[in-house]
Design a protein around this ligand. Structure first.
Ligand SMILES: Cc1cc2nc3c(=O)[nH]c(=O)nc-3n(C[C@H](O)[C@H](O)[C@H](O)COP(=O)(O)O)c2cc1C
Length: 343
């Protein structure tokens, strides 16, 4: 990656992770560039048109950046379990005048084909994938378009599989990561392996450049993953409260008040395991949430939207990695520069 990063003009090996659902906005990607780092637009949940607009808004000021996509790897929901869950969480939606029980399960592909077409036609420096490994034709086409390709993996087995797909680098995501666990097998919960150990395990089986992510909170954590064989580090949670984060106000406040609270891995919001701060919603529904992505994500979206608008942090997904206590206010540029000091 160091060679790859140098070829992109990136001097700071602490990269800014893509964070879909609001936190990553073009300003955060531009801040990463100012810090000598590399940022990724979060293509997930957006329409292809919305992603195109964000790409367009960065082009002039920030020529080198990445785009992250959710590659299809659906976990179809069981219809009965879906309806039982909709009925269970309806009590939360009642106070916003929403009817979740009438929403049919939606198993869409997050406009995958339209987004790939966009990146074929309007290439960016780096494209990264999570949740699934794209078809060989997509890898071939995006390579032809001139993009470097990065695949998220969470185990050595996934690393082997990803390496054989022809991508250029791997994002090795550890169990402490905030947000969705980018595993190829979301029916399995993350195995608690310390990130430096996971990097060593992956380094042992693949020769590709590695970007280590998950729970990195300070310079010591960053140095440890580089020491273990990663070529770069990537942080998400520590950027969530920064000036350039588009996270909602109740989300930022909850992080600010998070103290040393333990995070949990939950399917309650999306039907796919994700690490979050506990709140009323996880306390009530974590235990009964079915598997099923993206259907459960779509089911809870109207509630989360209404709750965010109302400043209600009890009914939104407070994605957070294990290092959330280090998420500070201030500029993202300074945060990324500070994490890379004396490396
Ligand atoms: C709010 C939030 C949203 C995220 N969204 C994405 C995403 O859209 N795509 C992706 O590949 N990873 C996503 N991630 C995971 C990050 O890429 C990265 O693995 C993680 O932030 C690293 O762990 P940390 O949050 O402890 O630093 C998200 C993480 C958070 C906290």
């Amino acid at each position: 990656m160091n060679g790859l990063l140098a070829s992109l003009g990136v001097s700071n090996p602490v990269l800014a992770a893509p964070m879909a659902g609001g936190p990553t906005i073009p300003a955060m990607v531009a801040a990463a560039t100012r810090a000598g780092s590399l940022g990724f637009l979060a293509g997930g949940y957006k329409t292809a048109e919305e992603l195109a607009a964000q790409i367009g808004s960065l082009r002039g000021s920030t020529p080198v950046f990445g785009v992250n996509l959710f590659a299809p790897n659906p976990v179809p929901v069981d219809r009965d379990a879906y309806h039982r869950y909709a009925v269970a969480i309806q009590v939360e939606a009642d106070q916003y005048g929403l009817d979740l029980t009438s929403i049919s399960p939606l198993e869409d592909d997050d406009q995958w084909h339209a987004k790939v077409d966009l990146l074929r036609a309007d290439p960016v420096a780096v494209v990264s994938f999570t949740f699934g490994i794209p078809d060989p034709s997509v890898i071939r086409d995006l390579h032809r378009a001139g993009s470097l390709l990065v695949q998220t993996v969470t185990t050595p087995e996934e690393a082997r599989l990803a390496a054989s797909s022809g991508v250029d680098a791997l994002a090795v995501q550890g169990f402490g990561a905030g947000g969705h666990y980018g595993t190829l097998t979301p029916d399995h919960l993350p195995v608690p392996v310390a990130l430096p150990d996971l990097v060593r395990q992956v380094r042992h089986v693949v020769a590709l450049p590695l970007v280590a992510a998950g729970g990195l909170a300070n310079r010591v954590d960053v140095a440890a993953v580089l020491q273990a064989g990663a070529d770069a580090a990537m942080v998400g949670t520590v950027l969530l409260r920064t000036d350039e984060s588009g996270a909602s106000d109740p989300y930022k406040s909850a992080l600010g008040e998070g103290g040393d609270r333990q995070t949990l891995v939950t399917r309650a919001f999306s039907g796919r395991p994700a690490r979050a701060l506990p709140n009323l919603f996880t306390a009530r529904y974590d235990a009964i949430a079915p598997e099923g992505y993206p259907a459960i994500h779509h089911l809870t979206t109207p509630l989360r939207r209404a709750a965010a608008a109302a400043g209600d942090s009890d009914r939104i997904n407070l994605w957070a990695g294990t290092g959330h206590a280090s998420a500070q206010e201030g500029s993202a540029e300074k945060t990324l520069s500070r994490l890379a000091e004396a490396l």
